[in-house]
Design a protein around this ligand. Structure first.
Ligand SMILES: [Cu+2]
Length: 188
């Protein structure tokens, strides 16, 4: 899957006229969904919205791939055109992107914390949520991957949110990663 997403991104990066591609692909034993899109400042015009054009410039690329088998879920995020050599946080969130970063709602949790917003490390951790933190290279690109040993079932998430900094694991702050900079709609 890594190769497929990378090829789509490379093609997109070389094509100035294409602004959005959604390419669901089905396989025999697992379900693969991929979206490749460009960040835009207006949420009405793109599947990827930036709320901070300094840190996630309009026109930057995002690719998300999700592979679900019977017992695990692999999620990959690739970005291009962000600030070089910078740490970002990223997670899978429950709702679709909207006019503001808050629209995406909380993190998707496999076992839901009865206390929301969840900052308890027993629930807000990368085994119970899908975390996709990354650090960009000198060109502002990055790719990252999460693998969890569960599937979505009836509750399905709807987006990937990119945050201001890497995700905290501290008691009372677990899962927090600063401001919501950008959001990508994904058909999980
Ligand atoms: Cu988040």
């Amino acid at each position: 899957m890594r190769n497929r997403i990378a090829v789509i991104l490379t093609t997109l990066a070389a094509t100035t006229t294409v602004t959005a591609v959604a390419a669901p692909v089905s396989a025999t034993e697992s379900k693969i969904t991929a979206v490749v899109t460009t960040f835009q400042a207006d949420h009405r015009f793109s599947n990827a919205i930036t709320y901070d054009t300094d840190l996630v410039p309009a026109g930057a690329l995002a690719g998300v791939g999700v592979e679900t088998s019977e017992k695990d879920t692999v999620t990959e995020l690739e970005v291009r055109g962000l600030v070089p050599n910078r740490e970002y946080g990223a997670h899978v969130h429950v709702k679709r992107c909207g006019a503001t970063g808050e629209a995406a709602g909380p993190h998707y949790q496999h076992v839901q914390d009865p206390k929301q917003p969840s900052t308890d490390p027993a629930y807000a951790n990368p085994e119970n949520e899908i975390w996709l933190d990354f650090t960009t290279d000198a060109q502002g690109a990055a790719s990252t991957r999460s693998e969890v040993t569960w599937t979505f079932g009836d509750r399905r998430p709807a987006s990937v949110v990119i945050h201001e900094h890497h995700t905290s694991t501290a008691e009372g702050k677990a899962g927090t990663a600063g401001a919501r900079l950008a959001c990508v709609n994904v058909s999980f």
